[in-house]
Ligand binder design. Structure first.
Ligand code: FAD
Length: 460
């Protein structure tokens, strides 16, 4: 068996794995990156990028349909899925090429094949053995289903939904989390009748209740149907349709059932458990420095319990590379990782929810700034609000520890929001900064002005 040695052997070339590879190479390490499918992983090929391209096409469709609202004569004559897919695939292809070039230029050895971690520092790919001074497990995640519900035919996951060649007329989306509401938004904009079924009491249940409430209100206005607190009991399909049954006895017929009930860790067949890695429900357990229980073996990204987000994977990958290089990077604060749901309207947040802040700090103060007072939001004709949470009672100093936003394009405001949280800023600090008029970003400044006790365009 040919044996290859490197400073770092990384199993999985998605966001977490390739970010680690790029940073480690930059720091002078020799790196082997093993990928069985496509460099870039879920985010580039099946996740973030394709879905956001679909959401952009959806926004264009809405603009065409709603031109009349601003006096522009336009109408939507149809969605050409071949055209949508070729636009989306073009975006992916360009980014993929760029990433391949980056990996090559940093002299990372990319091994195409399925790897098996056999421990203690070794990954086997076919007949080859790769021995790393350090090993990083980065095998990512897959779309889960629920027991008894097989994926196939008219029952699909996000992987199939990103490449449908027709616009469905009726879709049931099982799961009202991030992926579910994003697809519901796309399908509705493309003209489908959409029903979301969510077992928990609200859409985007991991967000602050404020965000769920505003999103639900917006979806009602958009005529996206949703049933929350309702259990799915089964689905039967024919060649043309699928019938979804709910615990209430109700049945809904649709062209497709999109299963969006979360993502499970992709760890079953890669040798981790046999090699002695400590796992829990398939996830790889690590300490806060992303070290597994085995010496010199790290884990990164969706296989590590926590937020399953590409930029968390990037940050963790960079962290591991720097840790290995002896740079002693600071531990990543999971709450400081920005979260954006890109449906229409968008939902964005960073820091703690009101419930979490109360539990952690006891006394807190909240402030909600309605986008009705923001000129640019009115120009865009969007509704929504920004909610801030600070520690301590009104009038006392305390950092802003939670920022939550709902409205068209508010995802773009998350950059400033994450600085506020991660730099422990107080409302007064942000209120003193000047926000350009008329931008939506100005709403962010106004919310902090109001929280600092000097509201401008708000009644609070
Ligand atoms: C529909 C959808 C939309 C999303 N939208 C967003 C978004 O807007 N923003 C965001 O931040 N996140 C988003 N995500 C989540 C994001 O894609 C993931 O958090 C991210 O890809 C995780 O990176 P990772 O490196 O842990 O895993 P992955 O990207 O899944 O990469 C793991 C890689 O390992 C490879 N692999 C696995 N096992 C082996 C093996 N044995 N040998 C060799 N290779 C192996 C796989 O082929 C894969 O390429 C979305 C996900 C989905 C599904």
């Amino acid at each position: 068996m040919p044996e290859h040695n490197a400073d770092l052997v990384i199993l999985g070339g998605g966001s977490g794995g390739y970010a680690c590879a790029l940073r480690a190479a930059e720091l002078g390490k020799s790196v082997v990156l093993i990928e069985r499918d496509k460099l870039g992983g879920t985010c580039l090929h099946y996740g973030c990028i394709p879905t956001k391209a679909l959401l952009h096409a959806a926004e264009v469709a809405d603009s065409a349909r709603e031109g009349d609202k601003v006096g522009v004569k336009s109408s939507l004559s149809g969605i050409d899925m071949a055209g949508v897919n070729s636009y989306k695939d073009g975006v992916i292809a360009k980014l993929y090429k760029g990433l391949q070039g980056l990996v090559k230029s940093r002299k990372i050895t990319l091994v195409e094949g399925t790897g098996k971690f056999v421990g203690p520092n070794t990954v086997v790919v076919g007949d080859d053995t790769y021995v790393g001074e350090k090993v990083v497990l980065a095998t990512g995640s897959y779309s889960k289903s629920i027991p008894g519900l097989d994926i196939g035919g008219r029952v699909i996951t996000s992987s199939e939904a990103i490449r449908l060649d027709e616009v469905p007329q009726r879709v049931v989306v099982l799961g009202g989390g991030v992926i579910g509401v994003e697809f519901a938004s796309v399908f509705k904009s493309f003209g489908a009748e959409v029903t979301i079924v969510e077992a928990l009491p609200r859409l985007v249940p991991n967000e602050d209740e404020f965000a769920s409430k505003l999103l639900e209100r917006a979806f009602r206005r958009r005529k996206i149907a949703f049933k929350t607190g309702v259990k799915f009991t089964g689905a039967k399909q024919t060649d043309d349709a699928v019938t979804v049954s709910l615990e209430s006895g109700e049945e809904i017929e649709a062209d497709y059932l999109l299963v969006a009930v979360g993502r499970g860790p992709n760890t079953a067949n890669s040798g981790f458990e046999e090699a002695g890695v400590t796992m829990e429900r398939g996830f790889v357990l690590t300490d806060e420095r992303l070290r597994t229980n085995l010496p010199n073996v790290y884990a990164v990204g969706d296989i590590v319990p926590g937020l399953q987000l590409a930029h968390r994977g990037f940050a963790q990958g960079i962290f591991i590379a720097e840790d290995i290089a002896g740079l002693n990077p600071p531990v990543i604060d999971e709450a400081g990782i920005p979260r954006v749901t890109y449906c229409e309207p968008e939902v964005a947040s960073v820091g703690l929810t009101e419930a979490q802040a109360k539990e952690k700090y006891g006394e807190i103060q909240t402030l909600t700034y309605d986008l009705a007072g923001n000129g640019k939001s009115q120009i865009l004709q969007t509704q929504g609000a920004i909610k801030l949470i600070k520690t301590g009672a009104e009038g006392t100093p305390g950092p802003v520890v939670g920022l939550h936003m709902v409205g068209a394009r508010v995802g773009e405001l998350i950059g400033e929001a994450q600085l506020v949280y991660n730099w422990d800023a107080q409302a007064e600090d942000v209120a003193a900064l000047i926000h350009a008029h008329p931008t939506q970003n100005e709403a962010f400044g106004e919310a902090h002005l109001a929280l600092a006790g000097k509201p401008l365009h708000s009644h609070s």
